[in-house]
Design a protein around this ligand. Sequence first.
Ligand SMILES: [Zn+2]
Ligand SMILES: [Zn+2]
Length: 264
Amino acid sequence: MKIVNLGSGSKGNCTVVASDNTTILIDAGLPILEIEAKLNSLGIDPINISGILVTHEHIDHIKSLGKLSKKYHIPVYAHISEWPVLETKAKDILPQSKHAFDNDFYIGDLTISAFGLSHDANLCVGYSVYNAGAKFSIATDLGCCPKDVIEKLKGSNLVLLEANHDENLLMNNAHYPLILKKRIISNKGHLSNRQSAEVISQLVGGTSQILLGHLSEENNSPLLAYNTIKSLLAQKGIVEGEHIFIDVTYQHRISNIFEIKSSK
Ligand SMILES: [Zn+2]
Ligand SMILES: [Zn+2]
């Protein structure tokens, strides 16, 4: 299974997951021209995308959802409780493209399992995608990561995990009103670098690769997130590059391409 992130952050999110036979997107929150151009640069024709999984209805995750689905007749998968809200925000989705799930499901040779995340949306989910013994999980837009979510992430070969902000940069950011800061740091906001490191420390052993996502452009940077998490893990005796590998996503450019295989 191959995974590549096309862009991640508060200005838009979109991730490609592909087996040999099936290609899907998780979220379509970047402008449609950008998604088309980036897919094209990867040699992916949007017409061959078998589904778009929706995490939640915030605009940075669904900006092009309706347009992309309608233009290329791509099925959209969202939790059954999310559809009433999604329908008011992504009006272009054709009736035959709407797929509601409330349990594990399949798209081609991918098995998909959703799990709830604590976020200030109608409903926010993370996903685990399984193929040929390999497991990829994504969890962004969560204010906290309780034990049940850690359990869902465990055993993933690769986890795309939120590392939204540096707590000091956020709290000292003069451009952010206090109410926004409170929202971000709340249990229904976004994971900080420190919280992300805490989650990663619990995944070491079963997981070899972490991809940091949804980094704030104002209150974080790829290098700061990487360095902060690396040093927090080191305090626990976990060595980046040895016990676990950490890479980052970017708002405005494509991430590295990851290929994961069954570790058995
Ligand atoms: Zn978001
Ligand atoms: Zn959100």
